[in-house]
Design a binder for this molecule. Sequence first.
Ligand SMILES: Nc1ncnc2c1ncn2[C@@H]1O[C@H](COP(=O)(O)OP(=O)(O)O)[C@@H](O)[C@H]1O
Ligand SMILES: [Mg+2]
Length: 282
Amino acid sequence: MNDNRIMAKKPHHVIADLVQRLTPPVLLLLLAVLLVNLALYQHLSKVSVPSGKAKVGYDVCPHGYFRLGTLKNCLPWLSCEAIRREVHKLKRVGEGAVKKVFLSEWKENKVALSQLTTPELQEDFLHGLRMLKSLQGKQVVKLLGFCEEDFLILTEYHPFGSLKNLNQILNFPKYKDSNTWHRRFLLAIDYVSIIHYLHNSPLGTFVMCDSSDLDKVLSQYLLTSDFHVVVNDLDALPLVNRSAGELVKCGHQELQVAMKMKVSSQSCQYLRSHNPVSFSHQ
Ligand SMILES: Nc1ncnc2c1ncn2[C@@H]1O[C@H](COP(=O)(O)OP(=O)(O)O)[C@@H](O)[C@H]1O
Ligand SMILES: [Mg+2]
């Protein structure tokens, strides 16, 4: 009888005992996990802020050097001779007012060769080249070489092309995982941080003038294969002369005069057709 009572109480005691014995270690374990998470989170947030601004993912070489694809070492920017001898054009992949751009091959690497379209725009071309040289960094297309004599610029080739292709690329089933609001916001942040970089560069404040309409804006930036943005066309990038208290003027002087003339001749035509009397004496 006594034995039976003991037997009936036993399971209850065992469970209570077990709970009593296990509760502190489980709580301790949970607390430890929580603390580790907290410490990790704090550490990562401290690390990720500066590293975002620094050179994460950008294979840094000294100024005047580049590294490409599987190359281990940094090589000096290619000279006229090297470009003439070793770079072979494959097909045209883009064209703007200043440059024709060709997918080309250099030692089994795909590269982009930009060529001046017309001698009248050589100043813009050379300014763009100077800017590319001075502003190299993770937000600017990688310069591989140049030849001022032949008006050639060699840069890293980005198969997705300019940001104008973004929607088309993201609509490919292959890239559906990247077709998210999150990714699109990251791309917008990339764009804003490029503009921020240009406005606050070590060389001063530059203004991106090639921004008159959306298509124009998008065509100056390239979409990288890992869905980031780099600026490519720095031809229209005047420097703000703060000490002289001057602002920048976007656009060619001649172009502005031509535009004004066009506008005034259009407004004359408009006024003539709407008020023939006032113009009949002119
Ligand atoms: N490195 C590159 N990789 C892939 N496409 C490029 C590259 N550079 C330029 N392109 C293409 O060529 C177009 C024209 O180049 P861009 O430098 O803007 O010429 P422009 O100075 O005449 O406006 C770009 O919009 C882009 O489509
Ligand atoms: Mg352009």
